[in-house]
Design a protein around this ligand. Structure first.
Ligand SMILES: CC(=O)CC(=O)C(=O)O
Ligand SMILES: [Mg+2]
Length: 189
């Protein structure tokens, strides 16, 4: 699965996928690493300039994703008008669940996501709160970047993002569909 995190593709480059059982490593250059729980949309059929009406035909399924973000670096980049690459696209920046076939989330526009840090609820929200719908995102992105099978689109996060520390345990889920957990470690070099 490639991951270009192209829901906000103009702001950062390629996020690096992290699978279950591997730690999220806090980059040495940040002191404010945030979690952002998000629904990821996995593209099954590529395309360019996909109309909104046909967009869901291009979806193979979903993944629960964490858009890990070095907020201090992002703020600095924002203030200088620089791209967010170092804030968003470092190693281990995109922990993901297993692939969720499309049929398991019949209405991706209305599904609840949550995230806990050390058993404390930090984020809880519904995809109905998203500013842009999934068909809109697919259509819009594909006007600029040809989508390919296996691309993963992160769709934005509910309120409640906050900092994580070394040794934290993050748990996240989508209703009764999937849960996942990742621990946080310090990068050693
Ligand atoms: C301000 C952000 O980091 C935007 C983002 O990634 C989001 O999910 O919203
Ligand atoms: Mg995000």
């Amino acid at each position: 699965m490639t991951a270009r995190n192209i829901s906000l593709f103009w702001e950062w480059g390629r996020k690096i996928i992290l699978r279950r059982d591997s730690p999220i490593l806090v980059p040495l250059y940040t002191s404010n690493l945030h979690h952002e729980v998000e629904l990821g949309v996995v593209i099954g059929k590529g395309g360019t300039a996909i109309p909104q009406a046909a967009a869901m035909e291009h979806v193979a399924g979903y993944a629960l994703c964490l858009d890990m973000t070095a907020r201090d670096i992002q703020d600095e980049c924002k203030s200088k008008g620089l791209p967010w690459t170092l804030a968003k696209a470092f190693n281990t920046s995109c922990p993901v669940s297993e692939f969720i076939p499309k049929e398991r989330i019949p209405d991706p526009g209305s599904v609840n996501l949550w995230l806990k840090v050390n058993d404390q609820l930090r984020q809880s929200g519904c995809t109905s709160q998203m500013i842009f719908s999934i068909p809109y995102l697919i259509s819009y992105i594909s006007d600029f970047i040809t989508l390919e099978e296996g691309d993963l689109i992160l769709t934005g996060t509910p309120k409640g993002v906050s900092a994580v520390q070394e040794h934290d345990e993050l748990q996240a889920g989508i209703e009764d569909v999937v849960t996942m957990s990742f621990r946080v470690d310090r990068q050693d070099k």
